[in-house]
Write a new protein. Structure first.
Length: 654
């Protein structure tokens, strides 16, 4: 071991004091054991000749025990955090010391005058005394215990008063609650004070864990009546109450409506941020209670990919792009370039990352992906290793009404970024796509499908190209969740297009985890053709069921307190979405992640893309929309090497 990593060889003043107490207690333990065994009067200890022999034995036992302690370094243990493991180590050292003591006594006088029962009692007294000393030390430095014993100056100076702490209920298995309770009870600065546990098992009601009682069983639990001073509780859910334990959304809604704070421990997604405290608690956003299929991915592969790399994110101010930036900031990338055409959104995410103060280098750039020269110059300046292209127009209705804008951003913008990434010799380019690109019935989905096809017709290079598809993202801008929230807050009605419309759902952090994880998978494989990845998202959720649960999560009853109205499908809207098309081949490539490969030739060519972009710049919206839809059904043309930014006409090779 390097010398600078070795612990100091000399005892500190504190360790020396601990060592002295240890030796003194061993000495007293031996004498107490002998006294209990023989029941000798005080006069015997003062006058009898054998008293010196017994005191000598006690001194020898204490000296040997002290020597064992020095060898095993048990005096260096942190008594303030003593646990059962420390008690086991202590017992082992005492047994070793007793063995050496017996050997010494046998060598000196064969131990003929030493009662065997004294040895057993000595071990018991030694363990009780030294263990009790450590426990007392821990209690003396635990402000929570001091508070229960009547308070102290230490508590008054360092611990928030009980009045300032919010009472907390912990909901979950006792095994899971153990670590959280230990931390909460030992943290003098915690804003929470555990007062009860809600267990999944009715048989555990009445038990106590670290002094905190199990008040009820999940499914039958009721909040205890709070005092006038602390009428609101913090409720820590150690697992998803709806998914894991079947707690009704209406019950969750009642609790939320009563003003109680709902918390959960941090997850792997949350711990991607640099300031993440593994013990910190996070308030549960409403969307996490909604029906979905949560994912569990191992972040180590992603950390290996990102560490030390230069990363560029387009659409950095959007829902997905900003979350990519948040998760990247905790993965130790060398430099992060934020690109967005919205001044406000770019300012917001740049300020958020600046407050986190986690990146050695960061640059926020106002740029539009439609501007080929601007994007190419930017990439040559930044020289990114990895590019995440999240910039896109994604609102179905707006793109349907403005098809030219959809083509120029989703198609031309994607091509510009691909070409710039290749020119800058980026190692990876990742396109953030959508399930609406599968058998599209609207212009937005069609432009995203065309954008995916650009990966297949890009010129050969060392840059790995991939796309990632996922379903609807809960809580993103323009998604149904914030729309429903606003409608519910206004008292209704909540509008749903059709009783049978359904969608796949996931949260924003989970969607970004998929993007990052699939990027790591693609980086680990040999150089190959462009790849498309998607997540196994479980079963789709009916939007009307989502609306009902959101109403219930506010503590109200659907169609009684809040009405649900059906408005009819919007132009281009489908009843159901799919994650892959009938002409695509799907295979598993990792836990929960699938790869999609086309079974046919590319649906586009550089020539057809160039012609489409020319139409978007020069023609009317109806012609552009018709051309987009026609491109997906037209016969395939052989690839040709041309740039979509060149001037061309439909059917004419540039």
């Amino acid at each position: 071991m390097p010398s600078h990593l070795r612990p100091p060889s000399r005892l500190s003043a504190t360790d020396a004091a601990k060592f002295g107490l240890h030796v003194a207690l061993l000495f007293v333990a031996f004498l107490a054991a002998y006294e209990m065994r023989r029941a000798l009067p005080i006069s015997w200890w003062l006058t009898h000749s054998d008293a010196l022999r017994v005191i000598g034995w006690a001194a020898l036992y204490a000296a040997i025990g002290g020597g064992v302690e020095l060898v095993l370094k048990t005096e260096r243990s942190a008594w303030r955090f003593s646990s059962l493991g420390d008690l086991v180590v202590l017992a082992r050292s005492l047994v070793i010391g007793m063995g050496l003591f017996l050997l010494s006594v046998f060598v000196l006088d064969r131990g003929l005058q030493l009662p065997r029962s004294v040895l057993v009692l000595t071990l018991v007294f030694s363990l009780a005394g030294l263990g009790g000393l450590r426990l007392s030390w821990r209690l003396a430095h635990d402000p929570r215990v001091l508070g229960r014993l009547g308070g102290s100056l230490h508590q008054a100076l360092s611990q928030p008063s009980l009045r300032d702490q919010k009472p907390m209920l912990v909901v979950g298995e006792l095994a899971s609650a153990d670590a959280h309770l230990r931390h909460l009870l030992s943290d003098a600065t915690s804003p929470y004070r555990p007062v009860g546990i809600i267990s999944p098992h009715a048989a555990e009601v009445g038990l106590r864990l670290h002094g905190v009682p199990v008040l009820g069983a999940i499914g039958h639990w009721k909040l205890p009546q709070g005092s006038a001073e602390t009428p609101r509780y913090a409720i820590l859910f150690l697992d998803d109450p709806v998914q894991a334990w079947g707690v009704s959304p209406l019950r969750i809604g009642e609790v939320r409506r009563e003003g109680h704070t709902l918390l959960r421990p941090r997850r792997l997604v949350d711990l991607a941020t640099p300031d993440a405290d593994p013990h910190a608690l996070k308030e549960i956003p409403l969307e996490e209670f909604l029906p979905r299929s949560p994912i569990q991915l191992n972040p180590s592969q992603v950390q290996t990919l990102i560490r030390g790399k230069r990363v560029l994110v387009t659409g950095a101010g959007g829902s997905i792009g900003s979350e990519i930036c948040r998760q990247l900031q905790g993965l130790d990338c060398a430099h992060l370039t934020l690109v967005d055409h919205s001044e406000f959104l770019l300012f917001e995410i740049d300020r958020e990352l600046a407050n986190a103060d986690a990146l050695a280098s960061r640059r926020a750039v106002l740029a539009n992906v439609r501007n080929e020269q601007r994007i190419r110059d930017l990439f040559m300046e930044e020289r990114p290793d990895i590019v995440f292209h999240a910039a896109a127009l994604k609102h179905v209705t707006l793109v349907e009404q403005n098809p030219s804008e959809g083509v120029l951003t989703n198609v031309l913008g994607t091509w510009n970024v691909i070409q710039a990434a290749i020119a800058a010799e980026a190692a990876q380019f990742v396109l953030v796509s959508t399930d609406k690109a599968v058998a599209p019935t609207n212009v937005m989905g069609a432009t995203k499908r065309i954008a995916e096809s650009l990966l297949e017709i890009a010129p050969p290079s060392s840059t790995r190209l991939s796309a990632v598809r996922f379903g609807n993202v809960l809580g993103s801008a323009g998604s149904v969740v914030p729309i429903f929230q606003k409608q519910i807050a206004q008292g209704g009605p909540v509008t749903v297009t059709h009783p049978d419309v359904d969608r796949y759902f996931m949260t924003i952090p989970e969607a970004v985890q998929l993007v990052l994880h699939s990027t790591a998978i693609n980086a680990a494989r040999p150089q190959s053709t462009p790849s498309k990845f998607l997540l196994e998202m479980g079963k789709p959720v009916k939007i009307v069921d989502l609306a009902r649960q959101m109403i219930e999560l506010t503590g109200q009853v659907p169609d009684v307190d809040i009405k649900i109205e059906f408005t009819g499908l919007k132009p281009g809207e489908k009843l159901s979405e799919a994650l892959y098309d009938s002409d695509e081949i799907v295979s598993d490539c990792a836990h929960g992640i699938m790869e999609v490969r086309p079974a046919t030739a590319p649906i586009t060519t550089p020539t057809s893309i160039t012609a489409l972009i020319k139409l978007a710049r020069e023609s009317d919206p109806q012609t552009v929309a018709a051309s987009v839809n026609c491109m997906l059904t037209a016969s395939r043309q052989p690839p040709a090497a041309s740039s979509p930014n060149a001037k061309a006409t439909v059917g004419h090779t540039a």
